[in-house]
Design a protein around this ligand. Structure first.
Ligand code: 13P
Length: 246
């Protein structure tokens, strides 16, 4: 069985001091489903987060990583630095990165390979826009995104997490229905199976997009959904508690 994972993507929220305060509150919460709980603060808040998480079972993730080891890439951050800070997971290819910062399936793949080479576990985001769902091409879109993102990953597939985030559901209050999410995630798992065989059964695939305390239980009850990547509802301990303890 795949262990559930509940990951908070704090996006561009929480200064280092606010990060520390939220983590102190999260450390007091229960974890009745035995989920891997991950928090992904802003890059500048990672050091404060690592310090606050010492001795806790909550895992640390970053929101992006560059594909080069080092060099002239102003404003970017390399995998070795994340690793040195104690980061374990890294979100790659979030739709906001694709939309606002020009990420493509190819650069997502390069970032995935760099993360894995440094010993980080990528949380690879895929998802269709509304127009694509309305045209009935959701599965084609997400399967292509998945296959390109995972090119040349090889046996490291066991260290990859995929997050299915329909773009139309992010920050909008619209959630994919549990059936819709389950069906699309099953298609993504099928794409992973095409390339990696039975290892697909060991890859955790999360749902993300307006997931919150109210809908988490029904989403998590679906057989293909292994966890959640949570934006807004991960920004307070009270709201995140309702998802972690779905
Ligand atoms: P919301 O939960 O705010 O819709 O954000 C989802 C998301 O983008 C997580 O990466």
């Amino acid at each position: 069985m795949r262990k559930p994972m509940i990951a908070g993507n704090w996006k561009m929220n929480k200064t280092p001091a606010e990060t520390k305060a939220l983590i102190e509150d999260l450390k007091k919460l229960g974890n009745k489903n035995g989920a891997d709980v991950v928090v992904c603060p802003m890059t500048v808040s990672l050091a404060a987060a690592a310090e606050a998480l010492k001795g806790s079972e909550i895992h640390l993730g970053a929101q992006n990583v560059h594909f080069a080891d080092h060099g002239a890439y102003t404003g970017e951050c390399n995998a070795a630095s994340l690793k040195e800070l104690g980061v374990e997971y890294v979100i790659i290819g979030h739709s906001e990165r694709r939309q606002y910062f020009g990420e493509t399936d190819e650069t997502v793949n390069q970032r995935v390979l760099a993360a894995l080479a440094a010993g980080l576990k990528p949380i690879v985001c895929v998802g269709e826009v509304l127009n694509e769902r309305q045209q009935g091409i959701t599965n084609e879109i997400v399967c292509k995104q998945t296959k390109v993102a995972l090119l040349n990953v090889g046996e490291q597939i066991e260290n990859v997490i995929v997050a299915y985030e329909p773009v139309w559901a992010i920050g909008t209050g619209l959630t994919a229905t549990p059936d819709q999410a389950n069906e699309t995630i099953a298609a993504i798992r099928g794409a992973i199976r095409d390339v990696f065989g039975d290892a697909a059964d060991r890859v955790r695939i999360l749902y993300g997009g307006s997931m919150n305390a109210k809908n988490a239980h029904d989403l998590m009850a679906q057989p293909e959904i292994d966890g959640g990547l949570i934006g807004g509802a991960s920004l307070s301990a009270e709201k995140f508690d309702g998802v972690i303890n779905f």
